[in-house]
Design a protein around this ligand. Structure first.
Ligand SMILES: [Zn+2]
Length: 160
C-alpha cells in the first residue's frame, strides 16, 4: 500500500497549488479513492490537473502510478476543460474533480471527503522525513516560501 497522511483543511489549497501536489481523495460515503496530481506552469499562474488512471492495489511504488491530464486551473482559480484533456467534460472523472475543486475553493468540503498526501512535499516532490513535515505536507524550506503564497491565494479567492 502507498503511505498517505491526511492534510488539514486549511492547507488544502496551498498544498494543491504548490507545484508538485500528489494527493489521494477518499470518500467514506462510497468507500472509493482517487489519486490526483497537480503541477504548475513555470512562467504563469496555470496548473495542470491529472488523475490516476491505472488503479490496482499492487501499485505500491510511487513511480508506477500513471496519470492522465484532465484539465487546467487558471490564474483566477477556475478549473477548465481544455483541448488536451484526456477525458470528456461530461465524464464522471472530469466532473468529480470539478466538484472537489468547487468544494475546496469555497471551503465547503463535506466531512466524508478525506484528502491525504503521499508523504511527498507538495512543492518539490521530495519524500518528507520528519513528523512535522509529514503533518503539514511540505518540507521545511518549501513551507517557508509557501506561507506568502497562501496569503496571495486567500486574497485572490476573496476577489473572485
Ligand atoms: Zn519541498
Amino acid at each position: 500500500m502507498i503511505e498517505s497522511k491526511v492534510i488539514k483543511s486549511d492547507v488544502h489549497l496551498p498544498f494543491m497549488l504548490a507545484g508538485n501536489a500528489l494527493f489521494k481523495v477518499y470518500s467514506s460515503r462510497t468507500n472509493t479513492s482517487v489519486i490526483y496530481q497537480i503541477t504548475s506552469s513555470k512562467d504563469t499562474d496555470l496548473w495542470f490537473v491529472s488523475v490516476q488512471y491505472e488503479y490496482n492495489n499492487t501499485a505500491d511504488v510511487f513511480n508506477t502510478i500513471k496519470f492522465a491530464y484532465i484539465g487546467t486551473i487558471t490564474g483566477r482559480l477556475n478549473f477548465k476543460h481544455t483541448k488536451g484533456s484526456k477525458v470528456a467534460s461530461t465524464s464522471k472523472t472530469f466532473k468529480g474533480f470539478a466538484w472537489l475543486w468547487e468544494c475546496v475553493t469555497s471551503n465547503k468540503l463535506p466531512d466524508f471527503i478525506h484528502i491525504s498526501h503521499m508523504t511527498r512535499c507538495a512543492k518539490c516532490g521530495r519524500r518528507l522525513k520528519t513528523p512535522e513535515s509529514i503533518a503539514r505536507g511540505f518540507g521545511p524550506s518549501c513551507w517557508k516560501s509557501v506561507s506568502k503564497k497562501v496569503k496571495d491565494l486567500t486574497t485572490k479567492l476573496k476577489e473572485a
